[in-house]
Design a protein around this ligand. Structure first.
Ligand code: PMP
Length: 387
């Protein structure tokens, strides 16, 4: 492949089988063949999130922000008290959406690179009553991984519903939606789920559905209202034709293929592969003497790595990395934006990608004037992969 590998934290490189679906003639959204594909995709989405048959999946045309909007618009009523576990840029977006729908937001804030522990959440919940807690599984702006299982248990013990933004985590980081009692797990197509941008995906628990059914006020968004979408999702899953708004037909076909690829690999294998490859990238970064934004490896994401620029290097070096074979992203968190860059390694990522990106970063750093011995990052990654 002569073009550089796209290794930002989404969109990612998609498999050839997924891309082939995008090029197929678009069928009618009520074509029996397409209805079968949509129905299968709904079932498979539930399986990827490790949720049981009474959990309700939604596949919507839109991005991850639409999935966030859909969860909040339907579950938050004006005056509801919402605790936002704030680990960065996308937690702040969730807080903004909650406020837009009239929720009262309290933030439990972590400094950039830090996480919020289950104990800290328990303390906050002991001080006030909340209807809902939101958690960002991996905040893409800091590379911080939250303890979704522990945080969710803390919230549920206090009777709050839990929405988890899994946009930079789903189908990569360990997530057992039903076992961990997560009420909404949501993501977007363009990340580890492995489909081009354009779909917002959610799976909703029976408890969350009950809260939505018991609303005393109408949902403040027309397009996001589950009142329109629930019958559509139920119809597709029952392999029946139905219409509210035209689905993104080719994207749904592509999603069905990527969900199958993920399930064929197996969720435990998918989680383990992301961890193994992430450890290799991080070992390579460390071997070159670069720090990372997450303050502890124990809460560093496995879907991306956020290395700090070494002395004398800035975002200008990403141009060299691109010429050396990999497209990376700059910083995103406003407080530290100019201090770090981001390497995405999720979805159909392989050891070859890991070695490509580390080789490109090594070469890019040398061209930017930072002394790094050729091969150190690659050797460290190889050693990690051989473990
Ligand atoms: N949440 C997280 C954690 C994200 O990483 C992103 C996208 N980078 C979003 C939400 C928003 O998704 P989208 O850009 O698809 O709207």
């Amino acid at each position: 492949m002569s073009r550089p590998r796209l290794m930002i934290p989404g969109p990612i490189e998609f498999t050839d089988e997924v891309m082939a679906e995008m090029a197929r003639p678009t069928p009618s959204h009520v074509d029996p063949g397409f209805i079968a594909i949509f129905g299968q995709a709904l079932e498979d989405l539930r399986s990827v999130f490790l949720a049981g048959p009474d959990y309700q999946p939604f596949i919507l045309a839109g991005s991850g922000t639409l999935a966030m909007d859909s969860a909040v618009a339907n579950l938050v009523e004006p005056g509801d008290r919402v605790l936002v576990v704030d680990t960065g840029y996308f937690s702040q977006r969730m807080a903004d959406i909650v406020q837009r729908y009239g929720g009262e937001v309290t933030r439990l804030r972590a400094a950039p690179g830090e996480t919020v522990s289950a104990e800290q959440l328990r303390e906050a919940l002991a001080q006030d009553a909340y209807d809902l807690v939101t958690i960002t599984h991996v905040d893409t702006s800091t590379g911080v991984l939250t303890d979704v299982q522990g945080l969710t248990a803390a919230a549920k013990d206090e009777g709050a519903l839990v929405i988890v933004d899994g946009v930079c985590a789903a189908a990569a980081e360990e997530m057992r939606q039903e076992a961990w009692d997560v009420d909404v797990y949501l993501t977007a197509s363009q990340k580890a789920i492995g489909t081009p941008p354009g779909l917002g995906l959610l799976v909703v628990s029976p408890q969350a559905k009950a809260k939505w059914l018991g609303r005393s006020t109408p949902v403040g968004s027309y397009y996001s209202d589950w009142g329109y979408w629930l019958p559509i999702m139920e119809a597709y899953e029952a392999r029946k034709a139905s219409y509210f708004a035209t689905p993104a037909v080719n994207l749904v076909m592509a999603l069905a293929v990527s969900l199958r690829q993920i399930l064929n690999e197996g969720m435990e294998q998918v989680f383990a592969r992301h961890e193994r490859l992430s450890n290799a990238v991080k070992a390579g970064i460390e071997a070159m003497g670069l720090g990372q934004v997450p303050t502890d490896a124990a809460h560093a994401a496995h879907t991306l790595t956020c290395p700090r620029y070494p002395e004398g290097v800035d975002a200008g070096f990403l141009k060299f990395v691109r010429e050396e074979g990999a497209i990376l992203a700059g910083g995103l968190h406003p407080a530290i934006k100019s201090e770090y860059f981001r390497i995405g390694h999720m979805g159909a990522v392989s050891r070859a990608d890991v070695l490509t990106v580390l080789g490109a970063v090594e070469a890019g750093l040398r061209r930017a004037g930072y002394a790094v011995e050729p091969g150190v990052a690659l050797a460290a990654a190889q050693a990690e992969l051989a473990r």
